[in-house]
Design a protein around this ligand. Structure first.
Ligand code: SF4
Length: 714
C-alpha cells in the first residue's frame, strides 16, 4: 500500500471504498469454462473429443432441446415445399452426438432425470434408456463411479451427499443426489443439509444454530449467531407491544411504553381529518401515545426514534442495534433527521454504510421534475415581486397583490417567461412533453409552440395557473423569502436550541432551505391592538430569539411569520385534500425545525403559522396557526387555516390545565423529537423500527431480518 501511495483505511467506509478501488482497477483472466483438464461443452461442441471421464449433465428436455429451429419469414407450408421442414433432424443429430459421447470415454456418468416429472431426459437420451430397459441390460449401468467414496453414499454416514434409490422393482439401486433430507432426531423431524463440502457444513451449522440442536463446527463470525436470532427476539417484542385493541375505552398507551415498542404502526402518527379532532392536551398524563375512544384512537405524541431492546449483559445488543459505533453528523438536514426518526437502522445502513440497493427511477423521476418546475415557477413569481431566491429576507413587507406582480396576469407572465427560458423540452412533441404541458399549463404542445412563436397569448390555466391564483389570494401576507438558507452569518448551519425528554438542553446543527416565508400583514386596527396587548412591537431595538419555554412569556415580536413548504402531489383523491399538510404537522419534523431556525436567525420574529402548500389539481395554502393569536389571524387571507396543535400539545412538565401556547409547544415537541434522533445517532443506536409502509419500500430490507415481522419483505 505504501508503494502505491495509499493511506491505510481507518473506517469501514474507507475500507469498502478501498476494496472497490482495487476491484475496479483489477483485471483477471476468466478461466471458468475451460482449463487443461476440464472442458465444459454442449453435446454438439464435444463431438469428436475423447476424455478419461465424461459427465452427461443437463441433458433434459429443456436444456438439450430437440425443437427444429424456426426459419424467419417462412411458414410451415413454404418450408415443406422447399424441403426445409425436417422436424426430426435435431433428434437424429442428437442420437449421433449421444452415441459418440457414450463411447468417447472409459467412464461415462449420466444424470438421468426420468424421475423428474417436469423435466425428463431429452429425446435421444430417453430413447437410449428406454431401449436398455427393454433389453433388460440397464442394471449394468448402475455401477457407482470409482471416484465417489463410500462415505458419500452409504447409509451409515448421516451427512452423505448421495443415497442409493431403487426406481423400478427388479432394477438395481441407483446413485441419487441427496442435497437435503429429513431426519428424526429424538422423535422430532427436522431438515438436514447433506454433503461434506465446506458450504454444506456451514449451512448445517447455521440450521442447527437456528433450530437449537447439536452440530459440530465453528460459525464464520460470532455475530452471525446473534443476527440469526434477531428476528425471533424482535418478533417476540412485536407480539408483546401494547395495542389499542387490548385497551378499554378511554385507556391510554403511556409514554413510558415506547420503551417496549418495536414498531410505531400500533399508534396513530398520521391522523385523518376525523381522528385529529380528539387530543390529549388536557389529559392527566402528557405526553401520551394516544387513548382509545370507542373503536378508534387518538393521535400519539411522536415517540420516535423508538429505543432499542437491551438484553442485560449480552453481546447480542450490538448486533440488534442497541450499541454500535457512535455516528457523528456535523450538521443535520430535515430529511436526514426524518430518516433517523422513521427507522434508525435504515438511515444508518443507507446513508452511513451506503448499503442500500439502487433506487429504481421511473415515474418518480418524472414527479421530481414536476416538483422542481413548480418550485421554480413559485420562485419566478416571488422573484418578480422582489424576493431574492436563496438570498436574505426582504425588509419591506408588501403583499403580492400590492407589489410589482399585482395581478394574476403579471404573475402568469413571470411563470410563462420562466418556462420558455428554462424548460425547452416542453416544446417537444414526445409523450412526456405532451403530458407535462397538459398537466402544468392545461394546453397542448402545439398551443405552447404557438405561444412561443408569439402568435397567441395564454390565459391562466393548468396546475400552474391555479398556483398563481392561490398565491394572489394570499392578501394578508407579504412574501419575504424564498429558498431561504437556514444558516447563521459566517456559518453553513444554525444551532437549534432543543431540549431532550428530561428538559436538558440538547443542541444540534441544522442546515436546509425553507421554500417560502411570509410575514403576516395585520390591518391597522388589529396591529394597534396587538401592540397594545404586548404581542407586537415596533422592533427597532436589538432583540433575542423569542423563548420557547412555557414559563417565560414569549414577549412582543417584531414580525409574525408563516413558514411554508410547497408540495406537488397527484390529485389529491376526493376526501384527501389536506392530508399532506396534516402529515407534515404530526409525522414530520421539517416545519417545526424550520420554524425554530427562523426564530433563532431572525431575533424578534415569532412564527405564528406553518403549513404545506399542496399543489395538486388545485393549489391550497394550508396553514396551522398559533391559536393564542386566533383572534388576530382567523379572519385574514393567509391560506386555509387549521388549529391542529391546539388540542394535542402542551409543554413538558405542565399539568392538565396548560397555559402554554399549544403551537409553540408543538414546535418544542418537533425539535425535541429531532434531538432524540441526534442522540440516537450519537450513541450508536441503530435499531430497526419496522413498519408496514416503510419496510415495503426500504432499500436495505434484504439485509434486515426484521422486515418480515410486519410483512414488509414482499
Ligand atoms: S426493513 Fe424495515 S425495519 Fe428493516 S431497516 Fe428497513 S425500514 Fe427499518
Amino acid at each position: 500500500m505504501h508503494n502505491c501511495n495509499l493511506e491505510v483505511a481507518t473506517s469501514g467506509i474507507e475500507f469498502t471504498e478501498f476494496l472497490e478501488l482495487i476491484a475496479s482497477k483489477s483485471k483477471l483472466e476468466t478461466s471458468r469454462t475451460t482449463n487443461q483438464n476440464l472442458i465444459l461443452a454442449t453435446p454438439e461442441d464435444a463431438h469428436g473429443l475423447q476424455a478419461d471421464l465424461i459427465i452427461l449433465a443437463g441433458c433434459d428436455v429443456d436444456s438439450w432441446s430437440m425443437k427444429a429451429p424456426k426459419t424467419p419469414w417462412i411458414d410451415s407450408e413454404a418450408r415443406i415445399k422447399l424441403g426445409l421442414h425436417n422436424t426430426d433432424l435435431p433428434i437424429r443429430r442428437g442420437r449421433h452426438h449421444l452415441r459418440h459421447l457414450l463411447n468417447a470415454a472409459k467412464t461415462v456418468v449420466i444424470f438421468d432425470t426420468t424421475a423428474d416429472e417436469g423435466c425428463g431426459p431429452s429425446a435421444p437420451l430417453a430413447e437410449w434408456l428406454g431401449d436398455l430397459r427393454l433389453e433388460g441390460t440397464i442394471t449394468k449401468y448402475s455401477e457407482i463411479p470409482p471416484f465417489i467414496a463410500e462415505t458419500e453414499y452409504l447409509q451409515k454416514y448421516p451427512n452423505r451427499a448421495w443415497h442409493l434409490v431403487s426406481r423400478q422393482s427388479g432394477e438395481e439401486m441407483w446413485l441419487t443426489p441427496r442435497p437435503y433430507s429429513m431426519v428424526i432426531d429424538s422423535g422430532i423431524a427436522r431438515g438436514q443439509r447433506s454433503g461434506n463440502r465446506g458450504r454444506d457444513s456451514k449451512q448445517r451449522l447455521g440450521l442447527a444454530i437456528v433450530g437449537g440442536w447439536d452440530e459440530q463446527g465453528t460459525p464464520a463470525h460470532l455475530g452471525t449467531i446473534a443476527v440469526a436470532h434477531e428476528e425471533k427476539i424482535q418478533a417476540d417484542r412485536f407480539a408483546r407491544q401494547p395495542i389499542f385493541s387490548n385497551l378499554e375505552d378511554g385507556e391510554t398507551i403511556a409514554w413510558k411504553d415506547r420503551k417496549v415498542m418495536l414498531s410505531s404502526d400500533a399508534i396513530l402518527l398520521r391522523p385523518t381529518k376525523n381522528l385529529v379532532k380528539t387530543g390529549g392536551r388536557t389529559e392527566a398524563e402528557w405526553p401520551t401515545l394516544g387513548f382509545k375512544t370507542g373503536r378508534s384512537k387518538t393521535p400519539a405524541i411522536d415517540p420516535r426514534p423508538l429505543p432499542p431492546a437491551e438484553i442485560k449483559k449480552s453481546d447480542i445488543n450490538q448486533y440488534i442495534g442497541a450499541k454500535t459505533t457512535k455516528i457523528e453528523v456535523e450538521k443535520w438536514s430535515a430529511s436526514r433527521l426524518q430518516a433517523w426518526i422513521k427507522c434508525p437502522r435504515e438511515a444508518w445502513m443507507k446513508s452511513h454504510l451506503r448499503a442500500g440497493v439502487e433506487e429504481a427511477q421511473s415515474e418518480d423521476l418524472d414527479n421530481r421534475i414536476r416538483g422542481t418546475i413548480i418550485h421554480d415557477c413559485e420562485g419566478a413569481i416571488l422573484e418578480s415581486h422582489g424576493v431574492e431566491i436563496g438570498g436574505p429576507a426582504m425588509s419591506k413587507s408588501i403583499s403580492l397583490a400590492k407589489g410589482p406582480v399585482a395581478t394574476q396576469a403579471k404573475a402568469w407572465e413571470a411563470v410563462l417567461g420562466y418556462l420558455s427560458e428554462n424548460v425547452p423540452w416542453l416544446a417537444r412533441s414526445d409523450a412526456v412533453a405532451v403530458h407535462r404541458t397538459r398537466d402544468l399549463l392545461g394546453i397542448s404542445t402545439s398551443t405552447w409552440n404557438q405561444y412561443l412563436d408569439g402568435s397567441i397569448s395564454l390565459p391562466l390555466s393548468g396546475r400552474l395557473g391555479r398556483l398563481v391564483a392561490a398565491d394572489l389570494a394570499l392578501e394578508d401576507v407579504a412574501p419575504i423569502a424564498c429558498e431561504w438558507f437556514c444558516k447563521a452569518k459566517d456559518s453553513d448551519s444554525v444551532i437549534i436550541d432543543a431540549s431532550d425528554d428530561s428538559s436538558k438542553k440538547k443542541l444540534f446543527k441544522l442546515a436546509g432551505r425553507i421554500d417560502r416565508v411570509d410575514e403576516v400583514i395585520l390591518p391597522p386596527h388589529l396591529r394597534t391592538k396587538a401592540i397594545q396587548s404586548g404581542l407586537l412591537c415596533d422592533g427597532k431595538e436589538d432583540m433575542k430569539p423569542l423563548s420557547l419555554d412555557f414559563d417565560k412569556p414569549c414577549g412582543p415580536a417584531k414580525r409574525w411569520i408563516i413558514i411554508r413548504d410547497l408540495k406537488s402531489l397527484e390529485g389529491p383523491k376526493p376526501g384527501e385534500a389536506g392530508d399532506r399538510h396534516r402529515r407534515a404537522i404530526f409525522d414530520e419534523i421539517q416545519l417545526g425545525v424550520y420554524a425554530r431556525a427562523w426564530e433563532i436567525l431572525n431575533p424578534g420574529d415569532r412564527v405564528v403559522g406553518v403549513g404545506v402548500s399542496e399543489v395538486g389539481e388545485d393549489t391550497i395554502h394550508y396553514v396551522d396557526i398559533d391559536s393564542d393569536l386566533r383572534d388576530y389571524l382567523v379572519e385574514l387571507s393567509i391560506g386555509e387555516i387549521f388549529e391542529n396543535c391546539q388540542i394535542h400539545h402542551r409543554n413538558l412538565g405542565e399539568g392538565d390545565s396548560p397555559k402554554s401556547s399549544a403551537f409553540r409547544a408543538w414546535m418544542s415537541e418537533r425539535i425535541r423529537t429531532s434531538a432524540r434522533a441526534v442522540t440516537a445517532a450519537e450513541t450508536g443506536m441503530v435499531n430497526p423500527t419496522p413498519s408496514d409502509k416503510n419496510c415495503k419500500y426500504c432499500l436495505v430490507k434484504s439485509s434486515c431480518p426484521v422486515a418480515s415481522i410486519v410483512g414488509g419483505d414482499d
